[in-house]
Design a protein around this ligand. Structure first.
Ligand SMILES: [Zn+2]
Length: 137
């Protein structure tokens, strides 16, 4: 059985994103007109307002902008202490994720982390969750 996690926010665009994770593919929407990558998924480009896009597989690396450790429990599935990290993906968007294979003490602003996958399950079903760990880990 997959790891229980808080219920995902879901809409028709998020549903497409999560469908790709079934094959462990991290894909973001890229505007078909101005080529900007965007996250979270949505109907229109925030740069040129185009509603044309493609789901592009991304490199899966990003630089640490910030992180925080919650010492209070907000979700029963994530007992404290629970650390989240904000990455600037190589393609541009900011992405909130869970650091793995690294302790919060070892995180540094500007360090590059790489995509890993872990499992997840909520009332919407099972999926794969993109998480981030050290390069060459
Ligand atoms: Zn655009």
């Amino acid at each position: 059985m997959a790891t229980a996690r808080p219920v995902r926010a879901m809409d028709p665009y998020a549903e497409q994103f999560w469908a790709f994770t079934q094959a462990r593919e991290l894909r973001l929407q890229q505007c078909a007109d101005c080529r900007k990558f965007r996250w979270p998924p949505g109907p229109t480009c925030d740069r040129c307002l185009s509603d044309n896009f493609d789901w592009r597989r991304i490199r899966g690396t990003g630089k640490v902008l910030s992180w925080t450790t919650f010492h209070r429990g907000y979700f029963p599935e994530y007992p404290p202490p629970h650390t989240v990290v904000v990455l600037e993906l190589d393609e541009g968007p900011l992405f909130v994720s869970v650091p793995v294979e690294i302790s919060p003490r070892e995180l540094r602003e500007g360090m590059t982390l790489a995509l890993r996958w872990t499992d997840g399950q909520d009332r919407l079903g099972e999926y794969n969750l993109p998480v981030f760990g050290p390069m060459n880990g």
